[in-house]
Write a protein that binds this ligand. Structure first.
Ligand SMILES: [Mg+2]
Length: 299
């Protein structure tokens, strides 16, 4: 019996080794036969962003954002003398308090091209439990509610999906999720959120804005400024002090105004060229930079 077991073990082991070898060879072959994850060059540009968005590191950044938001909320509550009106928080929805990365991962596995759209099927994903709250979000907004602070959800989801947005936020336990406090785009599909922010500010002192896209905070970072000037503007006197105090930004490597900004001033056909230009700007060999130290530069 012992011998039989040993033989069986050996035979299973040998078969396993053969299978492992075959599978390894197949995997190696599959990897070397194609340098594309999706089979489409345009779609492939989103791959790392989606993988990053699904990482432990991003979960950490998301939790970190809500820890900071709570600190700033508590700080505001300590100074009621600074405010005349009831307090409010304005937040975006997608990739700020709800993750839609699962929709994009789905699109990566489907055949054909995709360039962060069309959004066909998007709201089916939103209506499923695959679209989950961002870690820390539900707890934060309920904490704000417990302190008497009202939340407004300003989202660029389509106007005719408002009912779904309200239901989704209620389903996952977000406070103030009702017809009044959930504010999608209007029928004219106005992307700019300034008017909706102004509407809230009529009756409330907004102590915090949360978003993953800079237009969740202000419309000043116009795409035509280009990526380099927008970066400089973020660190300008006007905006530098807003980060982490009034503005809490969540990571979104998968989409946002920052992507079309790269080629906004270029003809449609020159997206790759525009991206290469951006890389060249940051290339250390670009003549705009100079070497400040070369004592140990050997090669
Ligand atoms: Mg968003």
């Amino acid at each position: 019996m012992k011998l039989y077991r040993t033989k069986k073990f050996l035979s299973v082991g040998v078969v396993g080794m053969i299978l492992y070898t075959v599978m390894s060879a197949t995997t190696t072959y599959a990897n070397s036969s194609s340098d594309s994850v999706t089979g489409d060059g345009r779609k492939d540009t989103y791959v790392n962003g989606i993988v990053y968005q699904l990482s432990a590191e991003v979960v950490g950044l998301q939790k970190q954002a809500f820890v900071l938001a709570k600190l700033q909320l508590d700080n505001a509550l300590k100074h009621p003398e600074r405010y005349d009106k009831p307090l409010a928080i304005v937040t975006d929805v997608d990739q700020t308090i709800m993750s839609d990365t699962t929709y994009q991962a789905t699109m990566m596995n489907k055949p054909g091209t995709w360039d962060n759209g069309p959004r066909k099927g998007y709201y089916h994903a939103v209506a499923s439990t695959a679209d989950q709250p961002i870690p820390g979000a539900v707890e934060f907004f309920n904490y704000a509610k417990s302190k008497g602070v009202t939340s407004f959800y300003i989202t660029n989801r389509a106007y005719d999906t408002k009912e779904l947005a309200v239901a989704q936020l209620q389903h996952f336990g977000f406070p103030d999720a009702d017809d009044l406090h959930v504010m999608p785009m209007n029928e004219a599909r106005e992307f700019n959120k300034d008017a909706r922010r102004a509407e809230v500010a009529k009756n409330y002192d907004v102590i915090l804005y949360l978003g993953d896209n800079i237009s969740d905070f202000t419309s000043a970072f116009r795409k035509e400024l280009g990526p380099i000037n927008r970066t400089k503007l973020a660190l300008s006197d006007t905006y530098e002090k807003k980060w982490g105090t009034e503005w809490i930004v969540l990571p979104n490597a998968t989409y946002g105004d920052y992507i079309p900004t790269v080629w906004y001033n270029k003809p449609e056909a020159n997206r790759n060229e525009a991206t290469r230009e951006l890389f060249h700007y940051w290339d250390y060999t670009n003549p705009q930079w100079n070497t400040w130290y070369d004592g140990f530069v050997k090669d």
